[in-house]
Write a protein that binds this ligand. Structure first.
Ligand SMILES: [Zn+2]
Length: 277
């Protein structure tokens, strides 16, 4: 098995690492894995974290354990997956509940249980991580255009407030890499759907050089975090376009559907554990 001996290059929020050492988190990139299914001369092996048709499950499992170790300090930290269906629905795993054995259909997950990593998979869609740093509640969201139109992130934060008692002034949020407006030309049907659901939708689109419109999904989700009550200065967007940076990221659109998946994770350190890195 050809392997990338480097540790996974996960992107983190420096201020979170400094201020909240108990807050496990990270957004994966392609680097640091053992998958060969999407390799090229530029990158002989990848950190594919999705159980895709082309990849070997043994390698994906190894990649997932590498990510868990990088984010939490242990390869054995459970990754709590959801079955992503481009919905506006989130699910809660409470502190005293057992981990679900079958991934529920949802596009967001919330927990106050320490010692596990909530995980969302993306390859162009926008991953969003949210934490209540006072009460120690975490959430992970998968926001493609369908989830964004259904306000998955705004609704998920409302659920944190209603069900887990989070106060907006204690929330921090990070928006990870996804397809950028540089590459995300969309059709009129999608423009119409956003116009129906966002009063400021015109500001989410840009004209492309060939007369079409492109969508800024990061901005649409940043506005939802603001609408949900999170302070502007507590929202970080890490940047990076998955489509035009193929050496760094997987992209469904950029690689015409045959691609791997990145994973974004967030969790609360188990009692006594220190943060990774
Ligand atoms: Zn781009």
């Amino acid at each position: 098995m050809q392997t990338d001996t480097s540790t996974p290059s996960i992107l983190t929020v420096p201020s979170w690492r400094q201020q909240f050492p108990w807050l496990w988190h990270g957004f994966s990139t392609r680097a640091g894995g053992v998958s060969a299914a999407y390799s090229s001369h530029v990158r002989p092996c990848d950190l594919n974290l999705g159980m895709t048709a082309e990849d070997d499950p043994v390698r994906v499992r190894e990649n997932r354990q590498r990510l868990a170790e990088q984010a939490s300090g242990s390869r054995m930290t459970p990754l709590l997956l959801i079955r992503q269906v481009h919905s506006g629905a989130s699910v809660i795993l409470r502190r005293d509940q057992p981990l679900w054995s079958e991934a529920p259909r949802a596009d967001g997950s919330l927990t106050d249980q320490p010692g596990i990593l909530l995980a969302v998979q993306t390859a162009d869609c926008i991953p969003v991580l949210v934490a209540d740093v006072e009460q120690r509640v975490v959430a992970a969201f998968h926001a493609g255009w369908r989830g964004t139109v259904q306000r998955i992130v705004e609704q998920g934060v409302a659920t944190m407030r209603a069900e887990l008692g989070s106060k907006p002034q204690h929330l921090v949020a990070a928006i990870g890499p996804g397809i950028g407006p540089c590459c995300y030309a969309v059709g009129n049907d999608l423009v119409a759907q956003f116009a129906e659901h966002f009063s400021d939708s015109a500001q989410l689109f840009r004209a492309t050089t060939d007369g079409a419109l492109s969508l800024d999904l990061v901005e649409a989700n940043r506005r939802q975090l603001l609408s949900a009550g999170i302070n502007l200065e507590q929202i970080v967007a890490l940047g990076g376009c998955t489509c035009c940076q193929p050496e760094r990221f997987f992209s469904y659109r950029g690689q015409h559907g045959k691609t791997g998946r990145m994973m974004s994770v967030i969790g609360i350190a188990a009692s006594g554990a220190l943060t990774a890195v």
